[in-house]
Design a protein around this ligand. Structure first.
Ligand SMILES: [Zn+2]
Length: 130
């Protein structure tokens, strides 16, 4: 890290610690440690992950869901539709019956409906970026 920071002419005379204790950098500083300084360099900020680059290179849109917001994941809507079918289908008497019922209910959700869940969330995501 020091080598990269020196190459950019940003190495301070007083030096820099590798990282702040416990990764707890002060909120107002971007030059408290090597890690923070590099983290805010424009080329590091703009660098996409290898996964995002791979997905984009194949012509797909890579859209990560925010952490801990499962309601924004279309899988939840799909799962909800399957659970409704499971509830309506009646009681299963054995574990085998229940497993078959789960698979049937998951397969029962029409592909068009699943695509509508995805489309709605993608549309919502695009509209929130505008
Ligand atoms: Zn720091």
């Amino acid at each position: 890290m020091e080598h990269i920071i020196r190459e950019r002419g940003l190495w301070p005379e007083r030096g820099l610690p590798v990282e702040c204790l416990g990764f707890r950098c002060p909120d107002t500083r971007t030059d408290c440690c090597c890690r923070q300084l590099l983290f805010y360099q424009p080329d590091f900020v703009c660098q996409k992950s290898q996964l995002e680059e791979l997905i984009a290179s194949r012509g797909h849109l890579c859209d990560f869901y925010p952490k801990y917001h499962c309601e924004l994941n279309f899988i939840e809507q799909y799962w909800g539709a399957a659970k409704l079918r499971f509830h309506v289908a009646g009681h299963a008497r054995t574990l085998d019956e229940m497993e078959k019922k789960v698979v049937t209910c998951l397969d029962d959700v029409p592909l068009l409906q699943i695509r509508q869940f995805v489309s709605f969330l993608l549309f919502s995501s695009v509209m929130s970026d505008i």
